[in-house]
Design a protein around this ligand. Structure first.
Ligand code: F0G
Length: 368
């Protein structure tokens, strides 16, 4: 088998033993897609831009990398139930892996703030879904208390196994680039677990001698949900990118460490910039991601427009943007951001009229 899942593939880097029951949906091995239109935008010689398309994971997001390990370790420890707070993707992933492991799954969500596809997944996999009349940060506080008092395992990214599993994304990027480390790693930031995980992954590959340098970590928060950028929690975060609508990230400290140790940055992108990147990826690169994912590319486009890459001295620059989740996760946003379809009678002339054709048939090729 080509893809045995991230635990089998990278087990020497992960806290598993022969006794760990591996719960896997063959996650990982996601495509690293070149994006020439983005490279052009950078307007700098020798730049390559790649999209790490995490939407190709089994439940459609990067969460599966962490969840395969978190659920395997929960099962190993004899846990009968797991719990998470979520803006959607964590709950979908937890529900799927818990179902596979035969473990109960509870998810606590901010009511009315979860994209439809994610909610459908969590429900369909049989999780017990509880919607609070509050936001993600409040949901996270609640599940922390419950998991500390009762026998239910927390599978948010404060569970260290989540970070361990997610760091394999960095390994895959380096492996796919033939042992080269990217110069810049662009990534959306919400609860800040993923930027923490990638930075850990790169550092471990460097320690193992697989790469000689480290990338600069370039994190992006939505402008009205940017606690790390403004330096204090945001009480009432707002953004159309619901996955990263978070005002008090759990991994705040380690995200700042990743930024500072790598001489990177964490910046903001507006909803308008996120949506422009979202449409560009779908309509020019043919890559459909969810809005929060497009924050990484929105950040890239913002820096490209500011001529940031022209100032780089290195003749060959490799940029990787993480696309964290699949576009089908949020069908409502996709419909509202695209051109409306038209309706007509079931007849050739009517369809042609809507196609904008003048009705004259093209001359047929001789012999056809
Ligand atoms: N992109 C997507 C699609 C996400 O679902 C998330 C987080 C992020 C980016 C940000 O990653 O939190 O590690 O900084 N979603 C979590 C959830 C919070 O509950 O699904 P992060």
């Amino acid at each position: 088998m080509n893809n045995r899942g991230i635990i089998s593939k990278y087990r020497h880097y992960l806290p598993v033993t022969g006794k760990t029951p591996i719960v896997s949906l063959q996650e990982g091995n996601t495509p690293l897609i070149p994006a020439s239109s983005l490279a052009q935008m950078a307007n700098a010689r020798g730049i390559s831009v790649y999209l790490k398309y995490e939407g190709a994971n089994p439940t459609g997001s990067f969460k599966d990398r962490g969840m395969t390990l978190a659920i395997s370790k929960a099962k190993e420890a004899g846990s009968k139930a797991v719990i998470c707070a979520s803006t959607g993707n964590t709950s979908a992933s937890a529900a799927a892996y818990a179902a596979r492991a035969g473990i109960k799954c509870f998810v606590v969500l901010p009511k009315g703030a979860i994209a439809l596809g994610k909610l459908a997944q969590a429900m369909m996999h049989g999780a017990k879904v509880i919607a609070i009349e509050g936001n993600f940060d409040q949901a996270l506080e609640i599940v922390k208390v419950i998991s500390s008092k009762y026998n239910v395992t927390l599978v948010n990214s404060i569970n260290p196994y989540r970070i361990e599993g997610q760091k394999t994304g960095a390994f895959e990027i380096v492996d796919a680039l033939g042992g080269r480390c990217p110069d810049f790693h662009f990534i959306p930031v919400g609860n800040a677990g993923n930027i923490t995980a990638y930075w850990k992954g790169y550092k471990e590959y460097k320690r193992a001698g697989r790469i000689l340098r480290l990338p600069r970590m370039m994190g992006w928060q939505a402008a009205m949900s940017a606690p790390i950028v403004i330096g204090k929690p945001v009480k009432n975060p707002k953004t159309i990118a619901t996955a990263i609508k978070i005002g008090n990230p759990a991994s705040w400290k380690s995200a700042v460490e990743a930024r500072d140790e790598s001489q990177g940055m964490i910046g903001t992108v507006t909803d308008k910039e996120i949506l422009a990147a979202y449409r560009h990826l779908a309509q020019v690169e043919g890559v459909f991601c969810e809005p929060a994912s497009a924050a990484s590319v929105a950040g890239f486009i913002k820096l490209a427009a500011a001529k940031f890459f022209k100032q780089q001295s290195s003749l060959e620059t490799v940029v990787v943007c993480i696309l964290t989740g699949h576009g089908l996760k949020d069908p409502d946003r996709a419909l509202s951001e695209s051109v409306k379809f038209k309706t007509c009678k079931p007849a050739v002339p009517a369809v042609m009229k809507l196609m904008g054709l003048d009705g004259k048939p093209a001359s047929r090729k001789r012999g056809s």
